[in-house]
Design a protein around this ligand. Structure first.
Ligand code: NA7
Length: 555
């Protein structure tokens, strides 16, 4: 399925074992521990090494890739264009790598990340199949004591969480789930071996981005596909296709310009943002704009007008357009209505989905849409699922039920800061950070794309690069001054949290039950986690650094 990847896996595992064996002895004293080997961890390791630091990555998976290592469900694909969803830190790398599609599929992103790991010889400092279980700060030495499930004990000046925003899966507590006799898959933890649904009856719960990508492909294979939908979603066609080599070369000739343009955009990539309001133009002009964006495809649809995510009336013009498209595509009007978000729903409030034939799939005779909002799932049974109204029989169950986003992977590690308080205790009412990089009471701990930073509202790679470079510079600054410790001040953190909320409240984002708010996980505190606006965020981070790390206590 992934060309060179499986064949290399054996070698890596061998590498892992030798690495794990040496961890407890030779490498027990490090400058930095990095948790996670996705985009963030890989670049962090490269960057710190470049500054002469001894750093090591611990990664739970058996390969590099982070989120992309785990999310290998059929159709898994990035919703940011390949030419932008890639590193820019080394021009040689961006010039030599050739993307085959406009939006890369998961196997291609994995090949890219494996290439990055090889190209920069990162593997010798990556311990795979090794999960960090705890990280405790030692007040006396100002160092982090990090333990893994392989028995490693490492002491490091800095602990850097590169754990990803969408890495901890969310599995709702459906009664009877364990009793299901068939195969159960979660999109966010998909098996590595090919899964064949030919001739099988399949049930899929969820209609978020993952399901919307997987459903058209599984429907073509399965004997029958039952889609259990609680909330209909807004989706626009990705209009994916092969990337013309000539276009790719043209972009590469001016790559710097595209990268600069992307980083000046609120979402860190070129959404071709129109500065007009949707309400200041005629209906005909608006329709033409939406039609042209629909044909262009993908997330730039939301760039149609500047106020789509700020003004409900403006948003409704885009939402109504998408609803009309659904009604045109889906032949059965009842089904079309069921697949259409309500007029009260805000397009893009939950992340806008980008699909390849999603709504068309419901015209197939082997696909059944089941509304589990009007009749919720009561139980999973040995042979399928029952709602208040009906029972359904299927052989395989797919949970496309999303993630404990942004905080899940951080809180699954026993992180204890100065004084012994856990991160979970400090965040009992939701995450509080300074710049999404640092937390009061947790000196020398950095998060890459943590809550309170633009992260998931942006092209993740751009945000990751900005964080990695900021952290590396910060560590360099501390070392140049002979300082051992950096910690956010309470005032700076409080001000930042207030600012993140204020900016979010000026938009429509807090209006829906999205994972941005933690609303998808029962009991999770409802806090809008990402920071809206990449350029002002970068400006703030640069200002903080240029003022000698304003808002931090150094020691
Ligand atoms: P999402 O977007 O969180 O979608 C999860 C889906 O699962 C969504 O349709 C949920 O319905 C549904 N869900 C969750 N719990 C239940 C229960 N208990 N019953 C029925 N349905 C349920 O996750 P994805 O993996 O699709 O995408 C996450 C991100 O990955 C995406 O935004 C991209 O950035 C990449 P709900 O809407 O909550 O009613």
């Amino acid at each position: 399925m992934e060309g060179p990847v499986p064949e290399l896996a054996h070698r890596w595992r061998l590498g892992v074992e030798s690495a794990a064996m040496t961890n407890a002895t030779a490498t027990s004293e490090l400058d930095a521990v990095i948790v996670g080997a996705g985009f963030a961890g890989l670049y962090m390791l490269h960057k710190l090494r470049g500054s002469g630091l001894r750093a090591r990555i611990f990664e739970a998976g058996s390969g590099v890739g982070g989120t992309w290592f785990w999310n290998r469900y059929p159709g898994a694909r990035c919703d940011v264009e390949s030419m932008e969803y890639s590193f820019k830190f080394d021009d040689a790398l961006q010039q030599e790598w050739k993307w085959s599609e406009r939006y890369s599929e998961q196997p291609e992103i994995m090949r890219y990340l494996n290439h990055v790991a090889d190209r920069y010889e990162l593997r010798r400092d990556i311990a795979l199949e090794t999960r960090v279980t705890s990280a405790h700060f030692d007040e006396g030495t100002s160092r982090w004591n990090v333990s893994t499930d392989r028995g490693d004990r490492v002491s490091a000046n800095f602990c850097i969480m590169a754990t990803g925003c969408l890495s901890s899966t969310n599995t709702p507590e459906f009664p009877g789930l364990d009793s299901f006799a068939g195969r159960v898959f979660h999109t966010g933890k998909w098996p590595h071996e090919p899964i064949d649904f030919t001739g099988r009856r399949v049930g899929i719960i969820g209609t978020g981005s993952s399901a919307i990508q997987a459903i058209p492909i599984i429907a073509k294979q399965a004997r029958h596909l039952f889609v259990f939908q609680r909330t209909p979603n807004f989706s626009v066609p990705a209009q994916n296709g092969p990337l013309d080599p000539e276009v790719q070369e043209r972009i590469k000739a001016h790559y710097g310009e595209l990268r600069r343009l992307g980083s000046q955009m609120p979402f860190g990539f070129d959404v071709q943002l129109n500065e007009k309001s949707a309400l200041e133009v005629s209906e005909a002009e608006r329709e033409a704009e939406y039609e042209q964006r629909w044909k262009h495809g993908g997330l730039p649809f939301l760039g149609s007008y500047a106020d789509l995510l700020y003004n409900k009336e403006a948003n409704e013009t885009a939402a109504a357009f998408i609803r009309r498209k659904i009604a045109e595509i889906v032949k059965d009007p009842k089904l079309a209505a069921l697949l259409s978000p309500e007029p009260t729903d805000v397009a893009g409030c939950k992340r806008l989905c980008s699909d390849s034939g999603y709504f068309e799939t419901f015209n197939r005779s082997n696909v059944t849409l089941v509304d589990v909002r009007s009749a919720p799932i009561e139980a999973i049974t040995p042979t399928g699922l029952s709602t208040g109204k009906e029972t359904f029989a299927f052989d395989d169950l797919i949970l496309a039920t999303g993630f404990d986003a942004m905080t899940g992977s951080l809180l699954r590690v026993d992180i204890r800061g100065a004084g012994g308080a856990t991160l979970g205790e400090r965040w009992a009412e939701g995450p509080r950070t300074y710049l999404g990089l640092s937390v009061v009471g947790f000196p020398n701990l950095f998060m890459i794309s943590g809550p309170g930073s633009p992260s998931v509202l942006t092209n993740m790679v751009v945000s990751i690069e900005q964080h990695v470079e900021w952290i590396a510079e910060c560590i360099g600054y501390l070392r140049s001054k002979g300082l051992a410790r950096i910690e956010a001040t309470l005032d700076a953190q409080n001000d930042w949290v207030a600012h993140v909320n204020e900016v979010a409240d000026s938009s429509l984002y807090p209006r829906c039950n999205s994972w941005y708010l933690g609303a998808n996980v029962p009991g999770k505190p409802r806090v809008f986690m990402p920071y809206l606006g990449f350029p002002p965020y970068v400006e703030k981070c640069n200002q903080v650094a240029s003022r000698g790390y304003e808002g931090f206590r150094l020691g």
